[in-house]
Design a protein around this ligand. Structure first.
Ligand SMILES: Cc1cc2nc3c(=O)[nH]c(=O)nc-3n(C[C@H](O)[C@H](O)[C@H](O)COP(=O)(O)OP(=O)(O)OC[C@H]3O[C@@H](n4cnc5c(N)ncnc54)[C@H](O)[C@@H]3O)c2cc1C
Length: 445
């Protein structure tokens, strides 16, 4: 973190605008205007921070890092930062090969974020001094049998309709790229722009970047509920969110609260009925294998095996020539039980080895079950709410690693009072919230 920012402590808590509020405050210079002060600013404890981020996964820490970069004081509240979905994620940056029927808004958001990854990684690496493992490898998709090839061609037609860069290639051409491709493969597709990053390395880098900022803190406690300012009568509808109460009964006050608690986010809104951001856990299991030097897989390999999706993500080899290979992922409508199941491991290995038989020889070193933050329409909740002081950054479902840079850009825009990136603005974070009560008439009649 630059020394220039660390001397530029804001005079008052910064508050990105709620919907309908006027922007133009909480500038990155760190000076917040009187307008940006919460209704209860006079009552705020001296130790209130500017931004409180509830949840320290890849999304929460991205928000925190951007706030820290903007010269604001930031606190992250999380009992176990990085141990949610972020810990399981394979790190595919794959807007093209994730594109699905009826999900064009998600595609546009993902493509926007993918384009931001190189600059995001470079800035984060410079701030943290750590490598995030961004690899521009492209993605090969293999179809196992004739039916899988038919399905692959339907998806390719959709990708073409949406102007995405993806082509069908011969199996021989696939094997030229990846000699480890097995004998029983019916067809192949190539998406040159779908890459990968190491999510655990990204999280380490975000943690390190924040640790370098003396005004940033990570508090290892769980938020029990959000706090609201006392309005004219009592805390309630319309009153600002002013912080969170942790599981030790400690209040953390802030000018702005960013809710980024992954699949648990929706339940933390119990005391804020004006805002509904329904998140649900969608369990996924990934496997981590240790590959010796002869396992030369270089590209991300995705596949459809008798209708089932599977992927294999090889990392950069270490100094000993060994590399981590991630195989994923199951998708189960199941709560966060953290149980690795025999059936999940079996299904992933059965399908992955059908495409890349050499996987049989690798050591299985880890099975990681975690839950994705799913939403009813597979789109995130990202942006300001009608409740002053409350910003949503959650529900990134299957693509939170991909979406970290565009989430960061949204946070930058909010703090600067600038417009959100259009791909973010296109997705209303309040789309599941109750319609606001009509304003009382100002007429004296
Ligand atoms: C198996 C699997 C594979 C995936 N693969 C990919 C991939 O290849 N590419 C990709 O882009 N995405 C992938 N994802 C999705 C990606 O991991 C998520 O979208 C992303 O991690 C969401 O980040 P998050 O910070 O919102 O949530 P999380 O990483 O889940 O973090 C939420 C944090 O909130 C904390 N928390 C929860 N409740 C509270 C509370 N009450 N108070 C304080 N803190 C709280 C948790 O401890 C946790 O640290 C995958 C996910 C899974 C499960």
């Amino acid at each position: 973190m630059s020394a220039a920012l660390s001397t530029d402590r804001p005079a008052a808590p910064a508050r990105p605008p709620g919907r309908g509020e006027s922007p133009g405050h909480a500038a990155p210079s760190g000076r917040a205007s009187e307008r940006s002060r919460p209704a209860s600013a006079d009552d705020e404890p001296e130790d209130a921070t500017d931004v409180l981020v509830v949840g320290g996964g890849v999304i929460g820490l991205t928000a925190a890092w951007r706030a820290s970069r903007a010269g604001l004081r930031v606190t992250v509240l999380d009992p176990s930062p990085g141990d949610g979905a972020t810990h399981a994620a394979a790190g595919m940056l794959a807007p093209v090969t994730e594109a699905d029927f009826g999900e064009e808004a998600a595609l546009r958001l993902g493509a926007d974020s993918a384009a931001r990854w190189p600059a995001f990684a470079a800035e984060l690496e410079a701030d943290s001094g750590l490598d995030v493992g961004l690899r521009a490898t492209g993605t090969l998709t293999l179809a196992y049998d004739g039916d899988d090839l038919t399905l692959g061609r339907r998806v390719r037609a959709l990708q073409e309709e949406w102007g995405l860069d993806s082509t069908e290639i011969s199996v021989a051409a696939a094997r030229e790229r990846e000699p480890l491709v097995g004998q029983r493969v019916a067809g192949a597709f190539w998406a040159p722009g779908d890459h990968q990053v190491d999510p655990r390395a990204v999280h380490r880098a975000l943690t390190s970047a924040l640790a370098r900022d003396p005004r940033a803190a990570v508090v290892r406690r769980r938020a029990g509920r959000l706090l609201r300012a006392a309005g004219p009568s009592a805390p309630g509808p319309g009153s600002p969110v002013t912080g969170a109460l942790d599981d030790a009964g400690v209040e953390h006050r802030a000018g702005t609260v960013v809710l980024a608690a992954g699949a648990d986010s929706g339940s933390l809104l119990a005391g804020v009925p004006e805002v509904r951001a329904p998140t649900r856990p969608v369990k996924g299991q990934t496997l981590r294998l240790d590959a010796p030097p002869w396992f030369t897989l270089d590209h991300v390999v995705r596949g459809i095996v008798q209708g089932r999706p599977v992927y294999v993500v090889p990392r950069t080899p270490g100094p000993d020539g060994h590399r981590e290979v991630v195989v994923g992922a199951t998708s189960e409508e199941h709560p966060d039980d953290r149980r690795a199941t025999a059936g999940g491991v079996f299904a992933l290995l059965r399908d992955a080895r059908a495409l890349l038989p050499g996987l049989d020889e690798l050591a299985l070193v880890e099975v990681t079950p975690r839950v994705r933050p799913g939403t009813p329409d597979n789109l995130p909740f990202l942006g300001p709410t009608t409740v002053p002081g409350l910003v949503l950054a959650t529900g990134h479902y299957r693509n939170g690693v991909l979406l970290a840079p565009v989430t960061g850009a949204a946070v930058d825009a909010l703090l600067a009072g600038a417009p959100l990136p259009p791909t973010v603005a296109a997705i209303d974070p309040m789309r599941f919230s109750p319609a606001p009560a009509p304003a009382p008439s100002s007429s004296s009649r």
